[in-house]
Design a protein around this ligand. Structure first.
Ligand code: 5GP
Length: 238
């Protein structure tokens, strides 16, 4: 679909208005950035995979009772979504130590937790998305205590649903980042995307990384990893 100028252009997506003020179009790009924009590159075909995967997983979550912004897929790179005000928190759920958790606490990647952990980062590029606790988030009016309780509940339910989903496909869901938004009536719904850009996905048999860490860490085979994880998702599609 040919569109007018985007109302917002981020690192991996463009957002467009539609005739309906309650709906937006999200368009996924192949551009990739890491480390708060310090590393830049392109992952050929990523936009198509992230759009399709995110749409598929949001539909799955809706079926399981989690409200999301997804309305329908418009094309291979575009989705129609509900307009929300984004809650400026990155909600990170972890099942296995990796990435910044392993760094902060000086533990090896791969330690499996007894129960998932949840943490929040303040979405603020100028500050480098710092970790924030829930009372600070409330003090800064980023979210109310009730909203945080809803977000926690959804995030842990999403973890359970997606961990099972990927396990059936031979993929381990290590950790992931979610963003939530508010509808005009204040309802909290899942927004943003769920993709190999926002999740750590490891091959359950080999431990091979099938996500954006291949780009972040210069591991090579980035496009192949995205294609492989999409193929795993499709394998059980019917
Ligand atoms: P970490 O805090 O270990 O770097 O990231 C934890 C999880 O959240 C990983 O799956 C990572 O992909 C995701 N994540 C955290 N921050 C961001 C971010 O700013 N952008 C994206 N795309 N994913 C993030």
């Amino acid at each position: 679909m040919e569109l007018e100028k985007p109302i917002y252009e981020g690192k991996a997506k463009r957002v467009y208005k539609t005739e309906d003020p309650a709906r937006l179009i999200v368009e996924y790009k192949d551009d990739a950035t890491a480390f708060n924009g310090q590393k830049r590159g392109t992952i050929a075909g990523k936009g198509v995979i992230n759009n399709r995967m995110s749409n598929y997983l949001m539909q799955l979550l809706e079926e399981k009772g989690i409200p999301t912004h997804f309305v329908r897929e418009l094309s291979e790179r575009q989705a129609l979504v509900k307009r929300v005000t984004i809650v400026p928190l990155e909600v990170i759920v972890r099942n296995i130590a990796a990435g910044s958790f392993a760094q902060h606490y000086g533990v090896a990647e791969g330690i499996v937790f007894d129960a998932p952990t949840i943490e929040f980062s303040y979405k603020n590029d100028a500050l480098g998305d710092p970790l924030i606790n829930s009372s600070h988030a409330v003090a800064l009016h980023l979210a109310t205590p009730e909203e945080l309780a809803t977000i926690r509940d959804y995030a842990l339910r999403i973890d359970a649903i997606l961990s099972d989903f990927w396990a059936e496909r031979g993929v381990t869901l290590v950790d992931f980042k979610l963003e939530f938004g508010r509808l005009p009536d204040g309802t909290i719904i899942l927004a943003d995307e769920i993709s190999p850009d926002t999740c750590r996905l490891w091959d359950s048999a080999t431990g091979e990384k099938l996500d954006k860490d291949r780009f972040r860490r210069d591991l090579g085979g980035v496009e192949q990893a995205y294609a492989e994880v999409m193929e795993r998702l499709r394998r059980h599609e019917s």
